[in-house]
Ligand binder design. Sequence first.
Ligand code: ZN
Length: 202
Amino acid sequence: MDIKQIYLDADAMLEGHFKLSSGNHSQFYLQSAKVLEDPKTAKKLADALAEQIKADGIEIDTVCSPAIGGLIAGFALAQALDARYIFTERVDGAMTLRRGFDVKHGEKILICEDIITTGGSAMEASAAVESLGAEVVAFAALANRGFCRRENSDIVAKPNCKLPDNLPFFALADFDFEMYAPEECPLCKAGSEAIKPGSREN
Ligand code: ZN
């Protein structure tokens, strides 16, 4: 499966000059929601991700996603794994389990995002369920931005990857295109201005 082509076909990989939520600049921006607006594509991607996870033999009771980015990918993956599905959301900035969701002591949880960049939100969701007694056993995303090491890839983790190196991280592809600190951005140096995609002004 050519994940990059699926993103391109869905106009979900934008090319230009973008300011990412991390503050870094990039020539590319991924808008996974555009890929997942077709439920058949969401199912196809989730089924492929579930195959990898099942092949690993890891036991998973529940999939948990950090809202909003991970919601659709996580739900589709839970369906493919025949697992329970819950999500965390920010309350006053803190990732929290709400809406009557609960976890059992020792419940085995996989944290699922749409894209893992450094894994910051995934780790916040992980901390939220572990603080209630659950056990996070794996991480997953449709794609890896190339900062973390995923299963079945040669890419090595960079120092800013926040995922623990003792737990597996499953993803379908590496989208490891360059990101730049604003002061080192060649696109800025060429005179263009970075825009924030998907924000209110766009
Ligand atoms: Zn720039």
